[in-house]
Design a protein around this ligand. Structure first.
Ligand SMILES: Cc1cc2nc3c(=O)[nH]c(=O)nc-3n(C[C@H](O)[C@H](O)[C@H](O)COP(=O)(O)O)c2cc1C
Length: 188
């Protein structure tokens, strides 16, 4: 059954936005209605059945707009299926899973989401913003490490979980947070 999905991202130099676009495309290809948005522009999530949120990692932190979104919409997110990802590692460490920043881990627990999936990122000398980014992009971290196969496979798993679940099953008017994704062990 088709679901309405918000795919939101917090991206400084475009790599995470590209990952979110690929996820949105895959969900659409599987019949879901997708809104792809910069998270800073999302005001209302009331019309969505599910939310996919991704942030770039900078100095082990999520972008502020993504954390703000989780905090601001925590009550509504708790009533929905939510998947989180972050985009970060580049260069020799591109395959290393990254820990969720403590604030994000806390919020993810609050809303009952499984831990964020790590996707390798991209550091492009042409789009790097800021002195430090440009310096790093001039060294051996430069390049696009995004693994489109892994990203699309994750989106396919999300689509399958959406298909398998009636929205009403996620509505929890009250009570303590609990894990919502029975399939979370292979999604997270
Ligand atoms: C100054 C700086 C700090 C970074 N810190 C981290 C980090 O702590 N962990 C990580 O995995 N990647 C880190 N990265 C890599 C970025 O997360 C990666 O380039 C990402 O894909 C950028 O996403 P964006 O283009 O959407 O902003 C850092 C990059 C820069 C330039």
């Amino acid at each position: 059954m088709s679901k309405k999905v918000l795919v939101a991202y917090a991206s400084k130099s475009g790599a995470t936005a590209g990952i979110a676009t690929a996820i949105g495309d895959e969900l659409r290809a599987h019949g879901h209605a997708v809104d792809l948005r910069d998270v800073a522009r999302v005001k209302d999530i009331g019309s969505y059945d599910a939310v996919v949120l991704g942030s770039a990692l900078y100095v082990r932190r999520w972008r502020r707009d993504a954390v703000r979104f989780l905090r601001h919409h925590a009550d509504e997110l708790r009533q929905r299926q939510v998947w989180l990802f972050h985009s970060g590692p580049v260069g020799p460490d591109k395959d290393q899973d990254q820990a969720m920043p403590p604030a994000v881990r806390h919020l993810a627990h609050e809303i009952g989401a499984t831990p964020a999936v790590t996707f390798a990122g991209s550091l492009d000398p042409d789009t790097a913003k800021g002195f430090l980014a440009r310096r790093l992009a001039a060294g051996n971290l430069a390049g696009d490490s995004r693994d489109w196969h892994k990203i699309r496979a994750w989106a396919v798993d999300i689509s399958a979980a959406l298909d398998a679940t009636e929205r009403s099953a996620w509505h929890r008017p009250s009570g303590k947070p609990r894990h919502k994704h029975p399939a979370g062990h292979f999604l997270g």
